[in-house]
Write a protein that binds this ligand. Structure first.
Ligand code: NAI
Length: 486
C-alpha cells in the first residue's frame, strides 16, 4: 500500500449517501487514494466526545493532513459548538475556498440570459464573529467580540493572491464593511492592500459588502476572486450558490498550513435523508478540488468531464434540472456519471487546472505553541478605559454618580448606549437599554493599569460593572473608535 491515504468522515444526514456515491465514482476512475474512515459527527458528539470525534479520528486527521468530510449536524441547544466550525478552527484551516461556476444542464436565470459565472470566494475561516466569543452582559444585553488579526488577515489575503497568480486570475477583490467597522474591517482592508503590493501583476480592488451583494446579482461576471471576513464570506457564498443553481453545486476547501478539509457547502439536509434523493455533485466537486490539491489533475479532469457530460445530457436529481424529465435517485445519478467516465463535454468546457502541484505532506508542527509572526509594532500607550455598566439610571444621573467617584487624574469623556453617544450631548430620540458604555480617560493623556483597576473597583461598590475594555494608542494612533455622535 504505497498510495496516499486520506481521512474520510461520512458525516450525518445525507452525508453517508453522498460520500458513498463520490467514493464509488473515485473507485471507478481508479483514483489512487486509500481511505481511512474515521469516527466523527453527531453520533460521536452524543457519545460524549465534545469535539465530535474520537481520539483515534483526531489522530488520523492530524497524521494524514487531509480530511474529506460529509456534512455534520450541529446538535441543537445552547452551549453546543458546531463540529464543523470546531474542526476548521482547531486545525487552523484559515482559508475557505468556495468555487461557483455555471454548468450547462443546470439552468439558472443567468445561464438562460447567456451570462457565465465563475467566481471564487475566499472566506477567512477562523476569526471574525465565528470566534464565538459572546457574553450576556446583563439579562437583556448580549455582546459578541469580533477578532480580526493582522497575521490572520494577511494569511488569507496572501492565499487569495497566490491562488490568483498560480491559476491565472487577473483580479482579486476585497469585500468589507470598513466604512462602519473601522478597526476590524479596517484592518482587514489595510492588510489586503499591504499584501497586494507583493503582487503588482494582479489587479487589486475593494468593495463594500452590501454593494457586492447587489453587484453579484446584477453583474456577477465582474468578479473573479473575492476575499472576505468569516461571516460576510459565509453569507456571500450562499448568495453565489444561488447564482449557479443552489447548494447542490457549491463545493469548498478549507486550506491550512498543515491540515486541509474538503467538504460541500451544504448541510445534512434532514428533509431528504435516507431517501436516495440527495444530489452528490457539491461533494463530488469538493472531492475534485481535493484531487487537484493533491496533484491528481488527470483523475480530476476525467471525473469532471464525466460529470459535465452527464449534466449536458440532462440527467439530474430532484433539486435541479428540467422538471418535465424524470429525476434520478442519488444512486442512479452516480451510476450515470460512472457510465460517462471517458466522455468529454461539448458545451461545458472542462476546467483545465493550470496548477501543477506536487503534493508534499506538510510536516506536523512541534509541540510548542504556534504563534503567527507579529507584524504590528510600535509604542503602546494606555489612555483610559471603556466600562460597561448595567443600570436603569438616565445618562446624566449616571454621569453625576461617576463624576462624584472618579479620582482627579481621570475624567469622564462620554457615555454611549448601544454605540450611540447619550452624554454629554445626545438626542432625546435615542432609545436606551440598561447597558451603558462609559468612557474614562486620563487627564494628562496617559494612565496605568493599576490606576484604572483601582478606579473600577471603587466604581463597582456603587455600580454594576459588566465588562472593561482598555483604551490604548499604538504608534500614536488611537486603538478604539469614537461612539456615534461623539
Ligand atoms: P442544508 O444545507 O442541510 O439544507 C438546506 C436545503 O437544501 C434543504 O431543503 C435540503 O434538502 C437542500 N439540500 C442541501 N443539500 C442538498 C443536496 N446535496 N441535494 C439536494 N438537496 C440538498 O441546511 P440546513 O437545513 O440549514 O442545515 C441542516 C443541518 O446541517 C444543521 O444541523 C446544520 O448545522 C448542518 N450544516 C452542516 C454543514 C457542514 O457540515 N459543513 C454546513 C451547513 C449546515
Amino acid at each position: 500500500m504505497n498510495q496516499l491515504q486520506i481521512a474520510v468522515a461520512k458525516g450525518d444526514g445525507i452525508g453517508p449517501e453522498i460520500m458513498d456515491a463520490v467514493i464509488q465514482i473515485f473507485n471507478a476512475a481508479k483514483v489512487p487514494l486509500d481511505y481511512n474512515f474515521i469516527e466523527m459527527g453527531k453520533t460521536y458528539y452524543e457519545a460524549g466526545h465534545s469535539s465530535g470525534m474520537t481520539d483515534t479520528a483526531k489522530q488520523a486527521v492530524e497524521e494524514l493532513g487531509i480530511l474529506f468530510k460529509g456534512p455534520m449536524e450541529t446538535p441543537k441547544g445552547k452551549g453546543v459548538k458546531s463540529i464543523n466550525v470546531t474542526a476548521r478552527k482547531t486545525w487552523s484551516t484559515f482559508a475557505n475556498r468556495r468555487h461557483f461556476k455555471s454548468l450547462n444542464g443546470v439552468d439558472t436565470v443567468f445561464s438562460k440570459a447567456g451570462i457565465p459565472i465563475d467566481i471564487t470566494i475566499i472566506r477567512e475561516n477562523i476569526e471574525g464573529t465565528y470566534g464565538g466569543v459572546e457574553h450576556m452582559i446583563s439579562p437583556d444585553v448580549a455582546l459578541c467580540r469580533r477578532f480580526i488579526s493582522r497575521p490572520g488577515s494577511m494569511q488569507v489575503h496572501r492565499f487569495a493572491f497566490e491562488m490568483a497568480k498560480k491559476e491565472g486570475f487577473t483580479k482579486v477583490t476585497c469585500a468589507h464593511k470598513a466604512n462602519i467597522m473601522k478597526m476590524t474591517d479596517g484592518l482587514f482592508l489595510e492588510t489586503f492592500y499591504e499584501v497586494a503590493k507583493e503582487y503588482p501583476e494582479i489587479q487589486a480592488n475593494d468593495i463594500i459588502v452590501d454593494d457586492l451583494a447587489m453587484k453579484l446579482v446584477a453583474y456577477p461576471q465582474q468578479f473573479q476572486i473575492v476575499v472576505l471576513t468569516n461571516l460576510q464570506g459565509d453569507i456571500m457564498s450562499d448568495l453565489c450558490a444561488g447564482l449557479v443553481g443552489g447548494l447542490g453545486f457549491a463545493p469548498s476547501a478549507n486550506i491550512g498550513e498543515h491540515i486541509s478539509i474538503f467538504e460541500a457547502v451544504h448541510g445534512t439536509a434532514p428533509d431528504i435523508t435516507g431517501k436516495n434523493l440527495a444530489n452528490p455533485t457539491a461533494l463530488l466537486l469538493s472531492g475534485l478540488m481535493m484531487l487537484r490539491y493533491l496533484g491528481l489533475m488527470e483523475h480530476a479532469n476525467t471525473i469532471e468531464n464525466a460529470l459535465l457530460y452527464t449534466l449536458e445530457q440532462g440527467a439530474h436529481t430532484g433539486d435541479f434540472g428540467d422538471r418535465s424529465t424524470t429525476s434520478l435517485s442519488t444512486q442512479a445519478f452516480t451510476q450515470t456519471i460512472i457510465n460517462h467516465l471517458g466522455k468529454v463535454p461539448s458545451t461545458n468546457a472542462a476546467r483545465e487546472s493550470k496548477v501543477l502541484s506536487n503534493f508534499v505532506k506538510p510536516v506536523a508542527p512541534s509541540d510548542q505553541k504556534m504563534m503567527l509572526g507579529k507584524h504590528g509594532q510600535g509604542a503602546e500607550k494606555l489612555v483610559g478605559m471603556d466600562l460597561f455598566i448595567e443600570t436603569e439610571q438616565l445618562a446624566h444621573e449616571l454621569a453625576s454618580t461617576i463624576q462624584s467617584i472618579l479620582p482627579p487624574s481621570l475624567k469622564l469623556i462620554n457615555i454611549a448606549n448601544r454605540g450611540t453617544q447619550v452624554w454629554p450631548v445626545g438626542s432625546k430620540f435615542t432609545e436606551c437599554v440598561d447597558q451603558y458604555t462609559v468612557r474614562i480617560e486620563a487627564i494628562n493623556g496617559t494612565t496605568s493599569m493599576s490606576e484604572l483597576l483601582a478606579c473600577s473597583q471603587t466604581l463597582s461598590s456603587t455600580l454594576n460593572l459588566s465588562s472593561i475594555e482598555f483604551l490604548k494608542y499604538f504608534d500614536n494612533k488611537a486603538g478604539y473608535t469614537l461612539a456615534q455622535g461623539q
